[in-house]
Design a protein around this ligand. Structure first.
Ligand SMILES: [Cu+2]
Length: 118
């Protein structure tokens, strides 16, 4: 009986662990170009506030004139380069604070921001 209990407990732990491992990060969709436009959406809506946590960012870069840069707590990177055209994906952990996304060569007009709350 004791052995059976131990087996059941192990099975429960294994289930919980694998459940956490397969939980997918929330998808974020970034788009830059082909004109002087840049945006970031979640579930089709423009992102203004997000909860801290893991996200999978997919950026579609439609022009070799623009890049997509993300700057904020723990992040400062060009997800796509200026010359790059196509799609790039990365998983990131967003922390509490303000993040900006922008096209570096045209940052005056091609930019946006969102807040991450705890
Ligand atoms: Cu640009």
């Amino acid at each position: 009986m004791r052995a059976l209990r131990a087996t059941v407990a192990t099975a429960v732990v294994a289930l919980v662990t694998s459940g956490a491992a397969v939980a997918a990060p929330t998808p974020l969709v970034g788009t830059v170009g082909p004109g002087h436009t840049i945006d970031l959406r979640a579930g089709g809506k423009k992102v203004t506030v997000l909860k801290a946590g893991a996200y999978r960012l997919v950026v579609t870069d439609r022009s070799d004139d623009h890049d997509f840069r993300l700057v904020g707590p723990g992040v400062n990177r060009a997800v796509t380069g200026v010359e790059f055209v196509g799609r790039k994906a990365l998983v990131l952990t967003l922390r509490k604070g303000t993040y900006r996304f922008l096209c570096a060569p045209h940052a005056d007009e091609m930019r946006g921001s969102f807040r991450v709350v705890g």
